[in-house]
Write a protein that binds this ligand. Structure first.
Ligand code: ARG
Length: 458
């Protein structure tokens, strides 16, 4: 494709350089937003009398025609074009002749690309927001069914204290609520319009930046033209938000991987969401969750790409910035894929309440409650802790649990132990009594469900 900047050059650009320089292969996906930005710019040029009203309308119609033709597949991208902006402008000029050449008045590709990527990411954020919200609602619904499902809570992956499955699930809902907040925040901070920044130093034309900002749904024009063309903070911020979403999915994935192992068997994935082995007929593998865990590294890699790309750049635009797109697009594409797969996998999995409960019944997860029993009878916590530790050691050597250890063994330690100790350390009591705010007791979880409902606006 002929170069628009060819005037200054006496040679054609080398083919390898052209291919190296070109970004249309990945920025082509912003065609709609490029046209949207150009329509706003052309409208403003017409309204401000920088081009005639008639030319403005012709350009807008031409751009709409190009959009329709791209969408219907009649117009294909010329892959030798330098980027999507050049391609659309050249196509416009092909169609309109000299009128098309007026579109780029008082504009640079630097403010053009800056506005395009903001518009593009704004739409993507909206889509990701609803996908993450859908996932949060699915987890919330699952939690509602499991307020009485007792399972072990872990620290250091050692059974620690009893919780309920609902309690565990609602922890993820809270993480996702923060993710939603972060997406909103990013969208809000990003929503300022760079159009009119020109190449870097604004323009001598009497443009109306407020009008283009308004037409494109931005809060206001960006305050400084150098910042307008060189800011990519929003890509970093969005990638941070995406990295955290992936981190949350990855932690959940790790748990699901463990939970569907024979060692746990807390859940079983639906056949449609698991895979087999090519050699071992018995295998049912949680590939989805492993892939999500793996892709988290990749999305984090995108974040590092963006940060590293930006850190040494002098103001204002530098071509390095073209590298922003592949990184942030990759992060977006992968997050969407992961959330879209994770949600139905979660809603179709089978929960094995009995195995959860059995696991909670072993591992002395009521030892803290046993110590607390003594504290309630006046013993200082540290002493109660030591007594309970000794009892646990006795149980281990005799292959007993605190529930099956005879009362004499308890009373050998202190006669403050009476028959009611068994009631105090029963799994039911241990869960039911953990009713402090945010705790696992069904009563406390019901409040958390209410909070989540409000946060999710459902
Ligand atoms: N394809 C370029 C990018 O993505 C567009 C801006 C080019 N500007 C320039 N002065 N070469 O960053």
């Amino acid at each position: 494709m002929a170069k628009m900047w060819a005037g200054r050059f006496s040679k054609e650009v080398d083919e390898t350089v052209n291919a190296f320089n070109s970004s249309i292969a990945f920025d082509g996906r912003m065609y709609k937003h490029d046209i949207q930005g150009s329509i706003a710019h052309a409208t403003m040029l017409g309204d401000c009398g920088i081009i005639t009203k008639e030319d403005s309308l012709t350009i807008i119609e031409g751009l709409k025609g190009i959009l329709a033709d791209i969408e219907s597949g009649t117009l294909e991208f010329d892959m030798t074009a330098e980027d999507i902006h050049m391609f659309i402008e050249a196509e416009l000029t092909n169609r309109l002749g000299d009128v098309g050449k007026r579109l780029h008045t008082s504009r640079s590709r630097n403010d053009q690309v800056a506005v395009d990527i903001r518009l593009y990411l704004r739409d993507e954020i909206e889509e990701i927001y609803s996908l993450v919200k859908e996932l949060a609602v699915a987890i919330y619904n699952l939690a509602k069914e499991h307020t009485e499902t007792v399972m072990p809570g872990y620290t250091h992956l050692q059974r620690a204290q009893p919780i309920t499955f609902a309690h565990h699930l609602l922890a993820y809902v809270q993480m996702l609520v923060r993710d939603l907040d972060r997406l909103n925040d990013t969208a809000k901070r990003m929503n300022y319009c760079p159009l009119g920044s020109g190449a870097l130093a604004g323009t001598t034309y009497k443009i109306n930046r407020k009008q283009t900002a308004e037409l494109l749904g931005f809060t206001a024009p960006m305050a400084n033209s150098l910042d307008g063309v060189s800011d990519r903070d929003f890509c970093v911020e969005l990638n941070c938000a995406l990295s955290l979403i992936m981190t949350h999915l990855s932690r959940f994935s790790e748990e699901i991987i463990m939970w569907c192992s024979w060692e746990f068997k807390f859940i079983e994935l639906d056949d449609a969401y698991a895979t087999g082995s090519s050699i071992m007929p018995q295998k049912k593998n949680p590939d989805i969750t492993e892939l999500i865990r793996g892709k988290t590294g990749r999305v984090n890699g995108d974040l590092i790409t963006l940060l590293t790309m930006l850190k040494g750049l002098p103001l204002a635009y530098n071509k390095d910035m073209q590298e922003d797109k592949e990184a942030i697009f990759d992060a977006i594409d992968n997050v969407k894929l992961c959330v879209k797969t994770f949600t139905p996998m979660l809603t179709t999995m089978r929960v094995n309440k009995e195995n959860m409960r059995n696991a909670a019944a072993k591992g002395f997860i009521n030892a803290t409650d046993c110590a607390d029993y003594l504290v309630k009878k006046g013993i200082p916590f540290r002493d109660a802790y030591k007594i309970t530790g000794t009892l646990v050691a006795e149980c281990i050597s005799k292959e007993l649990t605190l529930e099956t250890l005879p009362l004499e063994s308890y009373q050998k330690m202190t006669d403050l132990f009476t028959e009611d100790v068994y009631e105090a350390i029963s799994l039911e009591t241990c869960v039911k009594e953990r009713k402090s705010e945010g705790g696992p007791a069904p009563d406390a979880v019901k409040i958390q469900l209410e909070i989540a409902k409000e946060q999710l606006g459902i």
